[in-house]
Design a protein around this ligand. Structure first.
Ligand code: EPU
Length: 336
C-alpha cells in the first residue's frame, strides 16, 4: 500500500475541491487490508472513497482516506447465456464497461461514461438511461470494518433502491468493498426504454450493436452533462424527489407539464432537473459555482470554488425550488 501524509484531495474528488487529509492510503492489494487492521488505521477517523465522484468536501479531512486501487477483471463462471465477471474494486467503471463491450457482454452499455470505480458502483446503485447496476450485480465482497469480518452479499442482500444500497444505509462507512461479481448476458439484448436513447439511435439507420448503443449513450451524455475532465462536478447534485400521490395531484393542477414517474407504493418521482429549471436556476452562476446550462441537476465548479461556495449555492437552489413547488430537494452527493 502507499501512504501519503498531508495529501491534497484535489485529484481524488471530481468536484476538484482542494482540501487536505492527514493520511491518504492507496490499497494496492487485498492482502493490505489485514495490515490496515493490524495498524489500527480504523481506530481513528477514516473514510473509504472510490473515485470521489459523488463527494463534496467542505473542510479538510482530519483523518485517513482509504482508496482501493486494486485492478483486475476475471471470468469466474460462464454458461450458454451468461458470464460472471469478478472485478477488483479499483477498476475504473468506464474501463469495465469498455471491456464488456469489447467482449460482447450485454448489460452495462447504457452505463458507459459514468465516473467512478467498479467497487463503488453498488454503493449508490449507479444508474442512467433506463439501466441500474443492481440489474447486473451478482454479489459484492469486502470487509466489514467494525467486525473485521469479510462479507459476501448476494444481490438480494444489498437492499438496492433508487441511488441506494445497504452500503449507503445500514453499513454506511463500515465497509471496504474489495470485489464485485457482475452477471452479464452473452445473448444480444438492448435496453432502449429511455426515450432520449431510442431517439438518438433513430437518428441514423445503422444496425444496433453494443458499440452503437454505447456511442448513442455517450452522445446523449455529452449533450447534457459536463465533461469532468474540464469541469468540477459530481454528476447529479440532487436526487429526483419522490412525493406522495396527493402532493403530486395538487402540484400537477398548478403545473400541468410536470414530468413524473411511478415510484411504487402509489408514490410519484419528479424530475429535480425540471423543477430547478422551472424555478429559473438553470445556467445561473454565482462566481465559481453554477447550475450547468444543459442539465439543471448538475452543479459545477467553474474555477477554484471551495466546498463552502458550493454549499451556499446549492442551498440557494433548494430555496428557489421550495418557493416555487414546496419540495425540498435532497443532495445525492455526499457532503463532508
Ligand atoms: N429536465 C428539464 N430540465 C433540465 C433537466 C431535466 O426539464 O435542466 C427534464 C428532462 O427534459 C426530462 C426530465 O427532466 O424530461 C428528466 O431528465 P433526464 O432524463 O436528463 O434525467 P434526470 O432525471 O435529470 C437522471 C439521473 C442521471 C442520469 C439520467 C439519465 C438522478 C439523480 N439522475 O437524471 O444520473 O444520467 O437520469 O438516465 O437520478 C447521476 O446520477 O450523477 C446522473 C447524471
Amino acid at each position: 500500500m502507499k501512504i501519503t501524509r498531508n495529501a491534497s484531495l484535489k485529484p481524488y474528488n471530481t468536484f476538484g475541491i482542494d482540501v487536505s487529509c492527514k493520511h491518504l492510503i492507496l490499497v494496492e492489494s487485498n492482502s493490505d487490508i489485514q495490515k490496515l487492521f493490524e495498524d489500527k488505521v480504523f481506530d481513528s477517523e477514516y473514510m473509504t472513497i472510490g473515485d470521489g465522484s459523488n463527494l463534496l468536501f467542505t473542510r479538510p479531512f482530519q483523518g485517513t482516506i482509504i482508496k482501493m486501487v486494486t485492478k483486475g477483471i476475471e471470468k469466474v463462471d460462464e454458461n450458454a447465456e451468461f458470464v460472471w465477471l469478478k472485478v477488483m474494486a479499483g477498476e475504473k467503471w468506464e474501463d469495465f464497461v469498455r471491456y464488456c463491450i469489447k467482449n460482447q457482454y450485454f448489460g452495462v452499455e447504457n452505463l458507459i461514461g459514468i465516473p467512478g470505480l467498479a467497487g463503488s458502483s453498488p454503493v449508490q446503485n449507479i444508474g442512467a438511461y433506463g439501466a441500474e447496476v443492481k440489474d447486473v450485480i451478482e454479489e459484492v465482497c469486502g470487509w466489514q470494518i467494525s467486525t473485521k469480518i469479510p462479507f459476501s452479499y448476494k444481490n438480494a442482500d444489498c437492499c438496492f433502491g433508487y441511488r441506494s444500497s445497504i452500503f449507503k444505509t445500514e453499513l454506511k462507512g463500515d465497509c471496504l468493498i474489495t470485489e464485485a461479481v457482475f452477471k452479464l448476458s452473452k445473448k444480444e439484448a438492448y435496453n432502449l426504454s429511455y426515450k432520449g436513447l431510442a431517439d438518438e439511435l433513430q437518428k441514423e439507420n445503422i444496425p444496433l450493436s453494443l458499440q452503437r448503443v454505447a456511442d448513442a449513450v455517450m452522445a446523449v451524455r455529452n449533450s447534457k452533462l459536463p465533461d469532468i475532465r474540464h469541469y468540477g462536478c459530481a454528476g447529479s447534485f440532487f436526487k429526483n424527489p419522490i412525493v406522495e400521490k396527493d402532493v403530486f395531484d395538487t402540484l400537477i393542477l398548478k403545473f400541468p407539464r410536470l414530468i413524473s414517474y411511478p415510484a411504487g407504493d402509489g408514490k410519484v418521482k419528479l424530475a429535480a432537473g425540471q423543477l430547478i429549471d422551472l424555478a429559473g436556476m438553470k445556467g445561473v452562476r454565482d462566481g465559481n459555482v453554477g447550475v450547468w446550462p444543459h442539465q439543471a441537476l448538475v452543479i459545477v465548479n467553474y474555477g477554484n470554488a471551495t466546498g463552502h461556495d458550493v454549499v451556499t449555492f446549492y442551498r440557494k437552489v433548494q430555496k428557489k425550488v421550495v418557493e416555487q413547488f414546496d419540495i425540498q430537494l435532497e443532495p445525492e452527493v455526499n457532503i463532508l
